[in-house]
Write a protein that binds this ligand. Sequence first.
Ligand SMILES: NC(=O)c1ccc[n+]([C@@H]2O[C@H](COP(=O)([O-])OP(=O)(O)OC[C@H]3O[C@@H](n4cnc5c(N)ncnc54)[C@H](OP(=O)(O)O)[C@@H]3O)[C@@H](O)[C@H]2O)c1
Length: 259
Amino acid sequence: MQGRVYLVTGGSSGLGRAVAEELARRGATVMVTSRDAGRAAAVAQAIREAGGQADSMALDVRDPSAPRRALEETLARRGALHGALFNSGGPRLGSFFELADEDWLSGLEVTLLGFVRLARAVIPAFTAREDAPAHLLAIVSSSVKEGIDNLTLSNAYRPAIAALVRSLAREVAPRHVLVNAIAPGRFDTERVRELDLAAARRAGVSFEEARNAAIARIPLGRLGRPEELARVAAFLLSPENTYVTGQTVLVDGGMVRGL
Ligand SMILES: NC(=O)c1ccc[n+]([C@@H]2O[C@H](COP(=O)([O-])OP(=O)(O)OC[C@H]3O[C@@H](n4cnc5c(N)ncnc54)[C@H](OP(=O)(O)O)[C@@H]3O)[C@@H](O)[C@H]2O)c1
């Protein structure tokens, strides 16, 4: 990964942070971004303290001009871009009749449209060759394969990203750009804590009971560790990945039963 430069959105915590750190650990330079400049800067600082190379800036994926600004800043500092990770906070929880138009619109912006805007900005600027392709990767969810109760917006928008990844991958393959998605099952992050708390409230049980019920559905018998997803993401984003494109890769400890 030496000499390669990546832009990471939603990189200040959880899965996005783990991917940024893994890319840096493998020798890449990372532009860490999130809505909050301070939180992104803290991750970049931690990467530098661990011997890696990282810059940071604020980037809200709901802001249409943000990807272009981040691209320009990255090119100004590092001279090239070889890959990008799209990540953000998940959409609002809720069952169908709990969601208003505003929820659908904000869910769209933070998921599908955010990815569209990032892809539009970075793909034309990628440095890519046949033997060293550039990579765009989106973090989606196991909801691409199997709907999750109380996550209507994720169930609707994540499969849309997976479908777009497939069609975009075909379109940009001649430019030596590979486009994939990675679908986490249940990893130990703030977001999953929030999901388990909501499930506990809805079922009138304790947080531990809701969490144990969720874990019981995972054949490997535990939540994933963010670095376990990050290792798969780093491969998909690496020059080692010269032939996987248009795919959505599940990393879920065997949780999803469908194909
Ligand atoms: N953890 C899992 O097992 C799991 C499973 C399925 C799907 N997912 C999805 O994977 C993604 C990451 O999950 P996570 O568990 O790592 O969540 P997390 O710990 O809550 O992290 C979310 C990250 O996104 C950033 N963010 C939030 N809104 C943003 C926005 N509008 N623009 C840019 N950055 C934004 C947050 O940083 P700031 O607050 O600093 O902006 C934070 O760095 C989410 O979309 C989640 O729904 C996770």
